[in-house]
Design a binder for this molecule. Structure first.
Ligand code: FAD
Length: 395
């Protein structure tokens, strides 16, 4: 079988792979994207939502993507952080960080992952420069100085100047390129589901810390006039598995107690999904004719809304380099620049989130004291507050 020729092959049609394909196609490159999963339907196969921070939204806008998402996005104007203690938990220290403090309209914009992925796939389908292959996976890689030759699970082959691994934390393309990873496990899991509640969320995202991990409530659009939010509840693995099996009434009661009754009684309105909580970093972000991005390159615990936002920064970096020198696409010089530019940012963010997660789940009295003091310092000393907010948003 003759090999199809394209500028870029993207392995993985998750949110990151689709954004990469759309951004690069918008810049004039031809792209083939393969994913063994069926085309996204928008139904709740992924119950998570993603808070796209304002810099990520601006990047999506510049790539011509934001228009397809904006009507479904809920603005996050305030981040409320609380340190809890006791059983049942009560909030001991609470501080709010406002977009207005940084003269921004919103800190971020929350979107359900399933809907985002379907809208991105629809957009990609309508692009003349993107060849979308759902139901077909990456299976083999052969590279030489001038190109990558990719084998797919249907037996076809693609010759590309650049192959992008965006195929998730167990990335088959990353493995085929011989790139190893370093993984830290915390014994934690995250339970994701959606709830309705009587009190309005007021465009406020809430993170409540207690031994075991964070409990996060992120605003979603009202449903029939009733406020709703996405929940991410992190805890030790066995406890999360126990919570996931509760019936709606029992889960609602447990979540209401864990939320310190902030939004009134919480009622589950979706299925539940359990996600592992890990930190993982690839040893390298490149190999010959290969760029490793998004969760193929780094996985972070789901706190501080960093995961996909760091992935969008990878894509933006790759895009700028490719645009600046289209003739150099996939060359060692361009890929070295990509790795150099991304290494420091990814390393810093994985280290900070790893430390933050360890501190935030510490159940000892010293840990609790440290959390409360840290939160007060981070919020009440204006220069530190502004620096932390800017660093958190600078993805
Ligand atoms: C509970 C939770 C909440 C989160 N909240 C946030 C948040 O608020 N903000 C934020 O920025 N991040 C958040 N994250 C992180 C974010 O959800 C992930 O980073 C993101 O969804 C991962 O996208 P991805 O495209 O990199 O990977 P994936 O979504 O894993 O996509 C990988 C794709 O590769 C495909 N694939 C697998 N094998 C092959 C193959 N052989 N060939 C081709 N394709 C293949 C898969 O089918 C899949 O579609 C959260 C994570 C969790 C767990």
């Amino acid at each position: 079988m003759r090999a199809e020729k394209t500028d870029i092959f993207v392995s993985g049609g998750g949110i990151a792979g689709l954004v990469a394909a759309l951004g690069l196609a918008e810049s004039g490159f031809s792209v083939a994207l393969a994913d063994p999963a069926p085309p996204p339907t928008g139904r709740n196969d992924d119950l998570r939502s993603t808070a796209f921070l304002e810099p990520s939204r601006l990047q999506l806008e510049a790539m011509g993507i934001w228009n397809a998402l904006r009507d479904a996005a809920t603005p996050l104007e305030v981040l409320r952080v609380g340190n809890c203690k006791g059983d049942p938990p009560r909030i001991e220290t609470e501080r709010s960080f406002r977009a207005a403090d940084l003269d921004m309209p919103a800190l971020g914009w929350n979107l359900p992952n399933a809907l985002t992925r379907r809208r991105l796939a629809d957009l990609a389908k309508s692009s003349p420069r993107i060849d979308l292959k759902f139901g077909v996976g990456f299976s083999s890689l052969l590279t030489r100085q001038s190109e990558a030759i990719v084998g797919l699970t249907d037996g076809s082959r693609i010759r590309a100047r650049l192959a992008i691994a965006a195929d998730g934390s167990a990335s088959p393309l990353r493995e085929a390129a011989g790139v190893e990873v370093e993984t830290t496990r915390y014994g934690q899991k995250a339970l994701a589901f959606a709830v309705s509640h009587p009190l309005p969320h007021a465009a406020t995202s809430t993170e409540l810390y207690l031994s075991g991990g964070a409990f996060v409530l992120v605003p979603l659009p009202d449903q029939n006039g009733v406020p709703t939010s996405a929940v991410v509840w992190m805890h030790d693995g066995p406890e999360v598995l126990r919570l996931a099996k509760l019936d709606d009434a029992a889960l609602g009661a447990a979540a209401t107690e864990r939320s310190c009754d902030m939004l009134g009684p919480l009622s589950p309105i979706s299925d539940r999904q359990v996600w592992p909580v890990i930190t993982q970093r690839a040893h390298r972000y490149i190999a010959q004719r290969v760029a490793v991005i998004a969760e193929a390159a780094h996985v972070l615990p789901p706190i501080g809304a960093q995961g996909l936002n760091v992935s969008l920064a990878d894509i933006w970096c790759l895009l700028e380099l490719a645009r600046d020198a289209p003739g150099e696409l996939g060359t060692a010089i361009q890929l070295d620049a990509f790795a150099r530019l991304r290494r420091r940012d990814v390393l810093a963010r994985t280290r900070v989130i790893d430390l933050y997660n360890r501190l935030c789940r510490d159940g000892t009295p010293a840990g609790q004291l440290f959390r409360s003091a840290g939160l007060r310092l981070a919020s009440d000393w204006a220069p530190l507050r502004s620096a932390i907010m800017r660093a958190g948003l600078a993805s």
